[in-house]
Write a protein that binds this ligand. Structure first.
Ligand code: SF4
Length: 176
């Protein structure tokens, strides 16, 4: 029986997942990727990010699970916060939405630990992510920004020719 530690990695996009995945594999985790991004709009953009995620999973020979694109539920979750700036209150709800779905998937898969690639982004304060994550049993506060994680993600994005988006994800940052 494998003694490797199992972890489900909520993955917002392939570039952020690349260096996060590498870090976890180096730490001897058995990683399963979870693409859960109902926040992404429009659907064509979601599909582009998903396609790149599939390429990454294939390159590293790791399992990828894909959540439904439930943008209407996501919009309901952030209702009333549409005019918030990026990094504002809408983003807190958005993080919570993704973490909740990841925890449900982790339980379904009997992988009782999960982390998120969101912590690699310089635009996403790890402290805030970890505060929200702490509401969810099994959340592991892994700060992928550390040890130049973001820089490494840029290198791996070039190496694997991954698609790097120009905006965070939802329609409210697309228009700004
Ligand atoms: S800006 Fe990004 S983190 Fe904030 S609500 Fe939109 S998709 Fe979510």
């Amino acid at each position: 029986m494998s003694t490797q530690k199992k972890i489900l990695l909520h993955s917002c996009c392939a570039p952020c997942a690349s260096a996060s995945l590498e870090r976890l594999l180096e730490a001897d985790y058995e990683v399963t990727l979870f693409f859960s991004n109902s926040n992404i709009f429009p659907r064509e953009e979601y599909e582009k990010r998903l396609e790149s995620m599939r390429d990454l999973a294939q390159s590293y020979h790791v399992t990828l699970h894909i959540d439904a694109w439930d943008h209407s539920s996501w919009l309901a979750c952030v209702a009333g916060l549409e005019n918030e700036p990026e990094k504002g209150k809408r983003c807190l709800k958005c993080f919570e939405f993704s973490f909740r779905r990841t925890q449900i998937m982790a339980n379904n898969l009997k992988i009782f630990t999960f982390a998120s690639t969101l912590s690699i982004s310089p635009h996403k304060p790890s402290k805030i992510l970890f505060e929200i994550g702490s509401q969810f049993p099994g959340f592991l506060a892994m700060d992928f920004k550390k040890k130049n994680g973001f820089q490494r993600s840029l290198e791996l994005t070039r190496t694997h020719s991954l698609y790097r988006q120009r905006y965070c994800g939802c329609e409210f940052t697309l228009r700004s």
